[in-house]
Unconditional design. Structure first.
Lengths: 250, 264, 263
C-alpha cells in the first residue's frame, strides 16, 4: 500500500538531511548547524591527510585484539562452566552481577597502571566483551537437548564424543551470538576509553575535534562511525545466521 | 513363561525409584518383577497403560538404565551398558542432530563406532535408500516432516547393523495415516533384515498388525500380565486389518488390557 | 550395576544456602590471597592495593561529607535521567509501537542507535547543554531512553492480534482493549526496560562525569586517579560497583514480585 519500510527509512533520512540543510541555510544557530557542504569538506580533508585512516586503523586493531582476547579467555571458561550445572549455579550469578555494574569506572585504574596507550584500551575492550561471550557460552552449553545425549549414548558415544559431536555444535548459535554482542561491546569500550584517556584512535579523534570546537568535523565523524558500526553489526548478524540456520521453530 | 536360551533374556527384572526422603519413603515401583525371553528374529510388542514401565523396561534392555533387581542378557551376555553392536534404539522423539544433514545423521552412529569414512557413507546410502529418502540426503531435519524424521531415525538405528532393534513408541507423535504407513514400512524392513524387534506401543491395532507376539503389562507397578501370540499369518499386507484373524487377536488383546485401562 | 553414565536423573543445582556459603568462602579466600600477594609485591600499590590499605581508604571515603555531596549529585542526575528516559521512552514506544508501518521504518533506526557507542554523542551534548547537571542528566537519559522505547515497541509487537480482534468482535472499546490486553502485555517488558534503563542511565551519567565535570562520582574518581591515590580510587570503584549491584538487585527482586502479582 505504501513504500516498503526500507524506502520509508531512506526517505526519512533524506528528509532529515534536507531539514538540516534548511536550518543551516537559514543561518539558524550557525555554530550548531554548519552546512552539509562544510561537513563533507571536513570529512574529505580528514581522509586526504590520512589522519582519519590512521585513527580508524588504530581503533580497528584495538577492537579486534580485544575481542580475540575476550574470546580466548571467555569461550573455554564458558564451555567448561556450562557443562556443570553446579558450576553454573555458582558462577553465573556472580558474572551477571558484575556485568550489571558500570564497568567504565574501572578505566582510571587501568590507565594508572597501563598508561594511555593501546594496551589499556585493549584490556578494557576485552573486559567489556568478555561478559556476553562467557555468558552466552554458558547458556549455549546448557541448551543442549537431553534427548540428543541419550540417543548418542545408546549408540556408544564416549564422553569426549558427547562434547565434540553434540554439545559444541548445539552451543554454536549461542556462542556466535555472544561473539557478536561482544564485538559491539568491545567497540563501545574501546571508543569510550580512547575518548576519556587516549592519544590515538577514533575516540581520541572525537575528543580532540570537540575540544577544538570543529562542529562540522564532529558531525562528520559521528555519522561515519555510526555507519561503520551499522555495517559491522549487519555483517556480524549475517555471519551469525550462518551458524544458526539449522535451528527450527520447534 | 520363558523359553530357554532366548535372544533376549529378562530374568526377575524390576525397577524401583528411591524416594527423596531416605529409603522406603515415597518409593515408586515402576516395574515389579518381570521375566520373559524373546526369540531371535521375532517381532514383539510391549503394550500396557501409561506408567506401566514398558519404556523403562525397554531402556533397561537397551542398557540405558540400570535394573533394580534381576539381570537382562542378550545372547547370553549380561547387559551393563549400551551395546550398539547388538542393540539399536529408536526413540519416541526422532532425536536427530538438527545441524546435520539427513545423510550425516544416518552416519552418526557409525561415526561413534569409529567406522571408516568410506564404509560409513556406503552403509548410510544403503539405509537411506531402504527408508525411501534418497532425494533428501542433504536436507536438514527442520525441513522434514515428523514422519520423515522418524524414518531417518530408523535408518540411523538400522545402519548400526545391530541384530536387535528396540523402538519406543516411535510413531506416537504422528497422525494416524502416517502411523499406519510407517508401520507397514517397518514390517517391510523387518522382513528384509529379519532382526529381532521389540516395539513399545499404546496402540492395540498397531501391536496386532505388526507383532508375532504381544507382551501385555498391567498398570503400575507393571507386571507381565499376559502374552498374546498372533494368529495372523505372514507376510502381512495392510488389508490384513480387515480380516477376521485381526479382529480376533484384537479382542484377545483388549480382553487382557481392558481392566487395566478401566482401573485407571 | 550399569557402567555407562546414567541417563535417568540430571544433577541438581546447589541450593541457595549452599551457594551463599560457597560465595562467602570464596570471597574470603580471595581477599586473603590478595592481601598476601599485595604484601609480597611492592608494585601492587599501583594496580591492586592490599585490602588492608583499601579498607581504611574506604572508611575515609564513607566518612567524608564532601564525598556524599558528590554522591547525591550523581544520584539526582540519575534519578532525573531515569524519569526522563522512562517517559520519553514510553511516549516514543507507544507512538511508534501502535503504528505498524512506523514501527517497521523506525525500529531498525532505534536499534542501530541503541547499539551504537553513545560516547559519540557526548561532545554534542556538551556543546549543546554545557558541562553541568543538565547535560549529565540528559546524557544519562539518552542512554536509558532506547531500552525503554525498544522494550515498549517489542511488548506491543507481541500482542496476540487474534485476542484484539476477538475483543473487538465482543464490542470492546478502544479504552477497554488498552486496559485489558495492551497494557498487561507491555508491563513486564516495560519493567524490565526500566530496570535496564536505570543501569544504563547510571552508566551514561558516570561517563559524562568522567569526561568533564565539576561534581559527581565521576569527578571524584578522576580526582583520585589524578592524585595517584590508588587505594582511594579502588575504594571508590568498589563503592560505586556495590551501589550498582544493590540497586540492580533490588529492582530485580521488585520486578519479580510484581510479575508474580500480575502473573
Amino acid at each position: 500500500m505504501r513504500l516498503h519500510p526500507r524506502w520509508g527509512r531512506l526517505l526519512l533520512l533524506v528528509a532529515t538531511a534536507l531539514l538540516y540543510e534548511g536550518l543551516a541555510r537559514l543561518q539558524i544557530r550557525p555554530f550548531f548547524f554548519p552546512p552539509l557542504e562544510k561537513i563533507a569538506t571536513e570529512l574529505w580533508a580528514g581522509w586526504q591527510t590520512g589522519q582519519l585512516t590512521r585513527h580508524l586503523v588504530t581503533s580497528g586493531l584495538e577492537i579486534g585484539v580485544s575481542v580475540l582476547l575476550a574470546a580466548a579467555v571467555g569461550l573455554p571458561l564458558g564451555l567448561i562452566i556450562g557443562s556443570s550445572p553446579t558450576l553454573v549455579s555458582l558462577v553465573e550469578p556472580v558474572l551477571l552481577a558484575v556485568f550489571s555494574t558500570p564497568l567504565i569506572i574501572l578505566y582510571p585504574l587501568l590507565v594508572v597502571r597501563l598508561g594511555l596507550g593501546s594496551t589499556s584500551k585493549i584490556i578494557f575492550g576485552a573486559l567489556y566483551a568478555f561478559f556476553p561471550i562467557i555468558l552466552n557460552a554458558i547458556a549455549g552449553m546448557r541448551a543442549v537437548d537431553r534427548d540428543w545425549l541419550v540417543a548418542s549414548l545408546s549408540m556408544g558415544a564416549r564422553p569426549l564424543d558427547l562434547v565434540i559431536k553434540v554439545r559444541l555444535p548445539a552451543a554454536l548459535p549461542a556462542i556466535t551470538a555472544g561473539l557478536r554482542l561482544g564485538l559491539g561491546l568491545a567497540v563501545i569500550g574501546v571508543l569510550a576509553t580512547e575518548y576519556l584517556a587516549g592519544v590515538r584512535g577514533v575516540g581520541y579523534l572525537l575528543q580532540e575535534t570537540a575540544a577544538r570546537f570543529n562542529v562540522a568535523y564532529l558531525y562528520a565523524l559521528t555519522v561515519l562511525v555510526i555507519a561503520l558500526v551499522v555495517v559491522l553489526n549487519t555483517g556480524a548478524t549475517r555471519l551469525e545466521a550462518r551458524f544458526s540456520h539449522w535451528r527450527s521453530e520447534l | 513363561m520363558g523359553h530357554p536360551g532366548g535372544k533376549i533374556q529378562v530374568d526377575h527384572v524390576s525397577k524401583v525409584y528411591p524416594g527423596t526422603r531416605g529409603a522406603g519413603q515415597g518409593q515408586v515401583t515402576a516395574l515389579a518383577e518381570v521375566s520373559f525371553a524373546v526369540e531371535e528374529g521375532i517381532f514383539a510388542s510391549l503394550i500396557g497403560p501409561s506408567g506401566c514401565g514398558k519404556t523403562t523396561l525397554l531402556f533397561m534392555i537397551g542398557g540405558l538404565t540400570a535394573a533394580s533387581t534381576g539381570t537382562i542378557s542378550v545372547d547370553g551376555v549380561a547387559i551393563t551398558g549400551p551395546r550398539p553392536d547388538k542393540i539399536a534404539i529408536v526413540f519416541q522423539n526422532p532425536t536427530l542432530l538438527p545441524w546435520r544433514t539427513v545423510l550425516d545423521n544416518i552416519t552418526y552412529g557409525l561415526e561413534l563406532q569409529r567406522v571408516a569414512v568410506s564404509r560409513r557413507r556406503r552403509v548410510a546410502e544403503e539405509y537411506l535408500e531402504l527408508v525411501g529418502l534418497r532425494e533428501f540426503r542433504r536436507a536438514l531435519p527442520r525441513e522434514l516432516s515428523g514422519g520423515m524424521r522418524q524414518r531417518v531415525a530408523l535408518a540411523r538405528a538400522l545402519a548400526l547393523g545391530a541384530e536387535i532393534l528396540l523402538l519406543d513408541e516411535p510413531f506416537g507423535s504422528l497422525d494416524e495415516q502416517t502411523r499406519i504407513m510407517l508401520g507397514a514400512e517397518l514390517l517391510r524392513i523387518w522382513e528384509a533384515t529379519r532382526k529381532t524387534i521389540l516395539l513399545v506401543t499404546h496402540s492395540l491395532s498397531e501391536a496386532v498388525y505388526l507383532s508375532d507376539r504381544i507382551y501385555v503389562f498391567s498398570r503400575r507397578p507393571g507386571r507381565l500380565k499376559a502374552v498374546v501370540d498372533s494368529s495372523i499369518g505372514r507376510p502381512r499386507r495392510l488389508e490384513v486389518m480387515t480380516t477376521e484373524a485381526f479382529r480376533t487377536d484384537t479382542k484377545r488383546l483388549w480382553d487382557s488390557l481392558a481392566e487395566e485401562f478401566q482401573a485407571q | 550395576m550399569i557402567a555407562s553414565p546414567r541417563v535417568s536423573a540430571p544433577p541438581r543445582d546447589l541450593r541457595a544456602a549452599w551457594r551463599v556459603a560457597v560465595w562467602l568462602t570464596a570471597a574470603a579466600a580471595l581477599v586473603a590471597a590478595w592481601e598476601v600477594w599485595a604484601r609480597m609485591t611492592p608494585a601492587s600499590e599501583y594496580i591492586l592495593p592490599a585490602p588492608s590499605r583499601v579498607l581504611p581508604a574506604l572508611i575515609a571515603v564513607l566518612g567524608d561529607r564532601a564525598f556524599w555531596g558528590h554522591f547525591r549529585v550523581t544520584m539526582v542526575e540519575v534519578a532525573l535521567g531515569v524519569l526522563i528516559a522512562f517517559w520519553a521512552g514510553l511516549f516514543v514506544g507507544l507512538s511508534v509501537g501502535t503504528r505498524a508501518y512506523l514501527r517497521e521504518v523506525v525500529d531498525p533506526i532505534l536499534l542501530g542507535l541503541f547499539s551504537a557507542p553513545k560516547i559519540l554523542f557526548l561532545p554534542l551534548f556538551m556543546l549543546a547543554f554545557g558541562i553541568d547537571v543538565l547535560q549529565k542528566t540528559l546524557f544519562g537519559a539518552f542512554h536509558g531512553f532506547f531500552v525503554v522505547a525498544v522494550n515498549v515497541i517489542g511488548g506491543l509487537a507481541q500482542v496476540d492480534r487474534e485476542l484484539v480482534t476477538a475483543s473487538r468482535s465482543m464490542g470492546a472499546t478502544r479504552g477497554q482493549i488498552w486496559r485489558h490486553i495492551l497494557v498487561p502485555s507491555i508491563i513486564p517488558l516495560l519493567l524490565a526496560g526500566l530496570r535496564l534503563a536505570v543501569g544504563l542511565t547510571f552508566l551514561g551519567v558516570l561517563v559524562a562525569e568522567l569526561a568533564v565535570a565539576r561534581a559527581g562520582l565521576g569527578f571524584v574518581l578522576n580526582r583520585a586517579a589524578d592524585s595517584g591515590n590508588v587505594p582511594r580510587l579502588f575504594a571508590l570503584i568498589l563503592l560505586i560497583g556495590a551501589t550498582a549491584v544493590m540497586v540492580n538487585g533490588a529492582l530485580s527482586a521488585y520486578q519479580q514480585r510484581l510479575i508474580r502479582w500480575h502473573g
